[in-house]
Design a binder for this molecule. Structure first.
Ligand code: ATP
Ligand code: MG
Length: 234
């Protein structure tokens, strides 16, 4: 893969309304403009319910805006077909979800291997890389454990390893250290950073944790579906 697989992302006037027109309509995003150049690290902060996960889902092509445009490398991606969007997600996006979404019937190593399998990585390489990643997140002895046999923090680390499997150009992390103690938080942040640097990847960190937010040079604060502040450190 080349550095060109790190997308330049622009959101223009993006809104996302859940259940539009119904009595329980929720206007989760209300006109968001945001440009994220390739390779940038930014944090997204703000109170619960302000739209952080909704925004991340749009950045990572898991969802489509109700109005406005999401552009990747100047091309609108909201109108692309689902097959094309799935391919872009698989090859270019690493998502660390707020709820980890590990597959309960797969072991630690199999969960990490899954995105490589989907991307057609040969078996030997999959095995090698999934072992390395599992070790890198500190779970070397737990390769054969199923998710229900892991602690919350361990599940989170499997989710991080899985997100890094295809060396994505865009890393989207939704509270990636929420379940972790400070030692593991530091280890995961270092791992994210090393992958980011190797790939010159973009890293978006949604977090309430000031230790995590300090990793970013740009800090976006959301409030009630809008961007309230957007500050780059000198
Ligand atoms: N699938 C959905 N259907 C209906 N409403 C939704 C859906 N997902 C999110 N919402 C609502 O949209 C708003 C924004 O939710 P979102 O998950 O983006 O918030 P958040 O900033 O990530 O919050 P938290 O910090 O608690 O994770 C909330 O009011 C939420 O209840
Ligand atoms: Mg959220």
């Amino acid at each position: 893969m080349t550095a060109s697989s790190v997308p330049s992302i622009v959101l223009r006037g993006v809104t996302r309304t859940y259940g539009a027109g119904s009595p329980d309509e929720v206007r989760a995003l209300r006109g968001v403009d945001l440009a994220i150049p390739p390779g940038e690290t930014l944090s997204i902060e703000g109170p619960s319910g302000c739209g952080k996960t909704s925004l991340l889902n749009l950045l990572g092509l898991l969802d489509r805006p109700t109005a406005g445009d999401v552009l990747w490398d100047d091309a609108p991606v909201g109108s692309k077909g689902e097959r094309e969007r799935a391919r872009l997600r698989l090859e270019r996006v690493g998502f660390i979800f707020q709820r980890f979404y590990l597959l309960p019937t797969l072991t630690t190593r199999e969960n990490v291997e899954l995105p490589m399998r989907a991307a057609g990585v040969p078996r030997d390489e999959r095995l090698k890389r999934s072992r390395e990643l599992v070790a890198e997140v500190g779970l070397a002895g737990r390769e054969r454990a199923f998710p229900h046999q892991l602690s919350g923090g361990e599940e989170q680390r499997v989710a991080v390893a899985r997100a890094l499997a295809n060396e994505p150009g865009l890393l989207l992390a939704d509270e990636p250290t929420g379940e972790l103690d400070s030692t593991n938080t530091d280890a995961i942040l270092e791992l994210l950073r090393s992958v980011q640097q190797r790939r010159s990847a973009t890293l978006v960190l949604v977090t309430h944790n000031p230790v995590v937010a300090r990793r970013a040079r740009r800090h976006v604060t959301m409030h009630d579906g809008t961007i309230e502040r957007d500050v780059r450190e000198a």
